[in-house]
Design a protein around this ligand. Structure first.
Ligand code: SF4
Length: 185
């Protein structure tokens, strides 16, 4: 993980330096006036550039503590596709809302897009390109063995898409029921 020095202790001399550099010298009428970025990021970059160019100043720069630069943290399902496999969006009409009834959830998920290459029940599929599997990863993780059942069954044509979708729909209904109840209260 990258680390950024805390600017609190070095901000004072940076301001002085920035102030001096931003004022054109009296001898040179043609020198342009520098515009300084005073944001924390701007200060940090100037400090880093300065130290790189003048390593002799390193002993005079005190860093008391460090701020951790955050890294990206993605969930297991960084992108949830809509029922049709496109980006989930109300305007596409490919969503399931929190107020949806169980019957509607079953009906809507029944016609979900699957692996487009799996044309027949006997064709092995690829869960990694299937929106239903993305939804399984979101709603079926609590059910022991369900994800493995899907992967194994799909890639060997051991299960059909209808039963795969039905299993996912039941887990989605279980997940959504308490949310729906809370919204009614
Ligand atoms: S079996 Fe499940 S994961 Fe495989 S293509 Fe069909 S719906 Fe998708």
């Amino acid at each position: 993980m990258n680390q950024i020095p805390n600017l609190a202790t070095s901000h004072g001399w940076t301001d002085v330096l920035a102030d001096k550099l931003s004022k054109p010298s009296g001898r040179s009428t043609s020198s342009p006036k520098f515009e300084f970025d005073y944001s924390a990021r701007g200060c940090l970059l100037r400090i880093q550039n300065f130290i790189e160019k003048c390593p002799g100043f390193v002993p005079f720069v005190r860093q008391t503590d460090r701020l951790n630069q955050p890294d990206v943290m993605l969930t297991r399902t960084p992108r949830i596709p809509g029922l049709d496999g496109r980006k989930m969006s109300k305007s596409y009409g490919n969503t399931i809302t929190l107020s949806e009834s169980d019957a509607d959830i079953r009906a809507k998920t029944k016609v979900m897009v699957t692996d487009p290459a799996r044309k027949r029940r006997t064709d092995p599929g690829n869960p990694d390109v299937c929106p239903v599997y993305d939804w399984h990863k979101l709603f079926s993780t609590e059910e022991p063995g369900r994800l493995e059942w899907v992967r194994q069954g799909c890639t060997t044509a051991g299960i059909g898409c209808i039963e795969c979708k039905a299993a996912m729909a039941e887990n989605l209904i279980k997940w959504i029921a308490p949310v729906r109840e809370r919204r009614v209260k």
